[in-house]
Design a protein around this ligand. Structure first.
Ligand code: SF4
Ligand code: SF4
Ligand code: F3S
Length: 369
């Protein structure tokens, strides 16, 4: 067993293989204040990658309503029980096992919309919710594979069929090597490897690697209606670059946080927590940094964080991967790897007022009072 440093929980974890950070690490930031659970991402991924036989219940991207939604059923409750109130990471397995885990039942995968749109407790008709956080709340949590720095799925596979790519940190299952042992399914705390009952192998989110290799963001990111997502590459904190959009949100402003960092795997999907939800719940889900993240986001809403505001305008603005960004003169600008400008978005859209009677066209506009 080797030792590996996990910056998210600021401690060493044990890992069965010698840890080696990839040249760069695939990462996604999702702003949970903007997700509307339209499931466009889910459908985009499904139609692109999992429309085949044996994949009927397979959603590499799913969106669940918290607190009651979960896919597969109860995955996070079971995870929290396994971690025994933060006493363990999933890599603290008993002798003879590599990873702490459990395997969902077949039926657990069949209710992806359970708890959809349900609030935390019954609410009287006519209730008005004013101040944040709200006593009555819910929010949508979109989930894909976290392409973890120390993947539990990879650690657990007895066939060594899972590998993490050196060039971008994307975690893949080799279908030629996989023999269907399903140890990866048992091990992944986020339950993001899934079994194909026809092909008799496991399958998982591939980070849309054919797109990433061509400088493009994944399907679930670019099709997002709410523009809540941005894909890029995250550096470890000591190499964070303030002009890298992901580093800026994760390391500099600390407004985007990993999901259940207590698993110990260094997951690489980062969430901007929802401001309407009680902090206690957010801390359990996103770690101690949740309170500050919410405060920073609130400051942005009050106009005190123009760089974050600008950067959020670049979410969903281009299919290309934004490697660096700048906010200036009411514009958010994104650049490619070579520093060439690829997108420019005004932060405040210019307004054009048209006269009721247009003398030039000799028309009267009825929609203007
Ligand atoms: Fe593996 Fe699960 Fe991490 Fe994805 S989220 S890399 S499937 S352990
Ligand atoms: Fe699906 Fe690609 Fe999104 Fe993964 S990154 S969930 S493969 S669309
Ligand atoms: Fe390994 Fe999972 Fe296949 S454990 S053999 S990748 S089903």
């Amino acid at each position: 067993m080797a030792k590996a440093f996990n910056w998210q929980i600021n401690k060493e974890v044990t890992y069965p293989y010698e840890p080696k950070r990839p040249k760069r690490q695939f990462a996604v930031v999702m702003d949970l204040n903007k997700c509307i659970a339209c499931q466009t991402c889910t459908v985009a991924c499904k139609t692109t990658w999992t429309p085949g036989r044996g994949q009927e219940y397979m959603l590499w991207n799913n969106v669940e309503t918290k607190p009651w939604g979960s896919y597969p059923l109860g995955w996070d409750i079971k995870l929290l029980e396994l971690l025994n109130g933060n006493k363990k990471t999933v890599l603290d397995a008993p002798d003879g096992e590599r990873v702490l885990g459990y395997k969902p039942e077949e039926m657990d995968w069949m209710y992806p919309n359970v708890g959809e749109d349900e609030v935390n407790e019954p609410v009287d008709i006519g209730t008005v919710l004013e101040n944040f956080p709200h006593p009555i709340w819910m929010f949508y949590l979109p989930r894909i594979c976290n392409h973890c720095t120390y993947p539990a799925c990879l650690a657990a596979c007895p066939r060594q069929a899972i590998y993490k790519r050196e060039e971008d940190g994307i975690v893949l299952i080799d279908p030629e090597r996989c023999e269907g042992y399903q140890e990866c399914i048992r091990a992944c705390p986020y339950k993001k490897t899934m079994f194909n009952f026809v092909a008799r192998i496991s399958q998982k989110c591939i980070g849309c690697f054919p797109r990433v290799e061509n400088g493009l963001q994944p399907q679930c990111v670019i099709t997002c209606i709410g523009k809540i997502r941005l894909m890029g590459f995250v550096n470890p904190p000591d190499k964070a670059r303030p002009d890298n959009p992901i580093d800026y949100l994760v390391h500099i402003k600390k407004v985007a946080l990993p999901l259940y960092p207590q698993t110990g795997l260094e997951p690489n999907v980062y969430y901007i927590p929802p401001i309407n939800v009680p902090i206690r719940f957010l801390k359990q889900m996103f770690g101690e940094g949740a309170e500050n993240a919410v405060k920073t986001y609130m400051s942005m809403r009050e106009g005190k964080e123009p760089e974050i505001l600008g950067l959020l305008h670049l979410f969903g603005s281009t299919p290309q991967i934004i490697h660096s960004f700048k906010v200036m003169d009411n514009n958010a600008i994104g650049y490619d790897e070579k520093g060439k400008e690829i997108v420019r978005v005004p932060i405040v859209e210019p307004i054009q007022e048209r006269p009721h009677k247009d003398e030039k066209l000799e028309v009267v506009r009825q929609d203007i009072p």
